[in-house]
Design a protein around this ligand. Structure first.
Ligand SMILES: NC(=O)c1ccc[n+]([C@@H]2O[C@H](COP(=O)([O-])OP(=O)(O)OC[C@H]3O[C@@H](n4cnc5c(N)ncnc54)[C@H](O)[C@@H]3O)[C@@H](O)[C@H]2O)c1
Length: 450
């Protein structure tokens, strides 16, 4: 993951101030959320979790979770034995490990599950976990398909278990500050939201090196493939680079766009699927056999709000939002945000007046200056505000929010409905790209229509 993305933030300590000599700048530091801060936990309040999937993301979630006070790992499941070794290296040498996650679900001493498996396994694991009475933190995108998401929402609601989806932007302190500014009307009327993220490296484009010892002796490859047919012979590249294929992953939409979407939903207090999506893109650079686009740009309507999101795996562009309002622009980055106000008024007499005959023009200019010069002078000193987030990873507060909810039974910040709505935006982007057409979400039929 690139250093420019929210989860791997570099805190530069420098204040980014918008250009413009006449604009004053104010810099404010955003404190770390309270739930991320250390506290002591009574033994009776300890939460025991089972880890499912100890790969690239799961190993990080595991290492972070066991650092959270009052949280302990009771066992780990993975289909590849190399990840059993890794789990024991992270937690302790005698950690119980298994290829079958069902063993963790059967263990009554385990309170909850943290799952970081490829997208095509999310539905099965979430439905199985909540049906077995376990709360679950499941990685983003919540679902592999819209239908999977519908089934997951139904299972979670029926069981009453807690589901937290792992799009950690929702727990970002920068996103929280943006949310506050939007809610208080700082931006005026919301006009349009843009978001983008680009990478330009093989690793950024998911060309990950497969583990060197993979074989059907140390990996249950048949189970790894889930319901996907026809089954393939073991392909180490598919194991490591599954994001490239729609059979297992959800492309840049589910991998990266979901972060932009969930962050935007949190900032704008949206909890619904987009009404409409239209995407363009292509496999423009990484012609390595993948079937998901490496460039993917989608226009949405959220209600009547136009939203334009673009992803690119062959041009580096730090993850950024630009929220355009009638009172200015809010630019949100991983390490902070900048609000640049705009008055919405004319700074000069209208240039249309140059089409007037001289006498009429002179009269218009004189009147305009008499009525507006004092206001223009005042507006020229309006304040640009820059907030800097602390140098911390959003994943830790996002996990802590889940474990606290398991204890308290209070709602999580990103429940199954929010996760479903965020994932639907990704599925709509993919459906539109493949159908080359506008798609809409039909809530009544629970289907994406073309
Ligand atoms: N929130 C984030 O910033 C972030 C970052 C990276 C990945 N992710 C998400 O995390 C998930 C995992 O991604 P990854 O990069 O770690 O993948 P990965 O391929 O590196 O690891 C997945 C692991 O799950 C195991 N697995 C697969 N099916 C299983 C099953 N049925 N039972 C037990 N283990 C199983 C695999 O053997 C593998 O070790 C994906 O949904 C991805 O989108 C989220």
């Amino acid at each position: 993951m690139s250093k420019h993305e929210f989860t791997r933030r570099d805190f530069l300590g420098a204040t980014a101030v918008a250009a413009g000599a006449s604009i004053a700048a104010k810099t404010i530091r955003v404190p770390a959320p309270l739930f991320a801060q250390q506290r002591t936990v009574a033994p009776s309040d300890r939460v025991r979790f089972g880890m499912v999937g100890v790969g690239m993301q799961g190993s990080g979630l595991l290492a972070t979770s066991i650092q959270i006070p009052g949280v302990e790992c009771a066992g780990a499941a993975d289909l590849y034995d190399g990840r059993h070794v890794l789990a024991r290296e992270i937690v302790r040498a005698d950690l119980p490990v298994t290829r079958r996650y069902q063993q963790l679900l059967d263990d009554k001493s385990i309170d909850c599950i943290v799952a970081a498996v490829p997208d095509h396994w999310h539905r099965r694991i979430v439905v199985d976990a909540v049906s077995a009475g376990k709360d679950i933190y499941c990685e983003k995108p919540m679902s592999h398909t819209a239908a999977d998401g519908v089934a997951m929402v139904a299972a979670a609601k029926k069981s009453g278990r807690i589901v937290q989806i792992g799009s950690q932007r929702v727990s970002s302190n920068v996103v929280a500050k943006a949310r506050e500014m939007v809610a208080s009307g700082t931006l005026g009327d919301l006009m349009l939201v843009e978001g983008w993220l680009g990478r330009n490296s093989p690793t950024g484009a998911w060309e990950y090196p497969p583990p060197s010892d993979l074989s059907t002796k140390n990996l249950d490859w048949d189970t790894w493939q889930g319901d996907v047919t026809p089954k393939r012979a073991l392909d180490p590249n598919v194991f490591a680079r599954w994001r490239c294929w729609k059979e297992y992953g959800t492309g840049v939409a589910g991998d990266l766009l979901v972060h932009l979407i969930s962050g935007m939903m949190a900032m704008l207090d949206i909890n619904e699927a987009p009404r409409q999506a239209f995407a363009v893109g292509g496999i423009r650079h990484w012609k390595d056999g993948r079937n998901m686009p490496d460039v993917h740009a989608t226009n949405y309507y959220y209600g009547d709000l136009p939203v334009y999101m673009r992803l690119n795996l062959a041009t580096e562009m730090p993850e950024t939002y630009r929220i355009q309002g009638s009172k200015g622009i809010l630019e949100v980055r991983g390490d902070g945000l900048t609000f640049t106000p705009q008055s919405g008024n004319d700074d000069y007499p209208s240039y249309y007046a140059y089409s007037f005959p001289k006498a009429m023009r002179d009269a218009y200019f004189a009147k305009w200056h008499a009525e507006n010069d004092a206001r223009v002078a005042k507006e020229a000193t309006s304040e640009t505000i820059t907030f800097h987030g602390r140098d911390y990873d959003d994943v830790e507060p996002h996990l802590a929010n889940f474990f606290n909810a398991v204890r308290s039974r209070k709602p999580v910040v990103e429940d199954v409905v929010f996760g479903h709505h965020a994932a639907l935006a990704c599925h709509m982007a993919n459906e539109s790209y493949f159908r080359k057409n506008v798609v809409t979400w039909d809530e009544g039929r629970s289907a994406i229509l073309g």
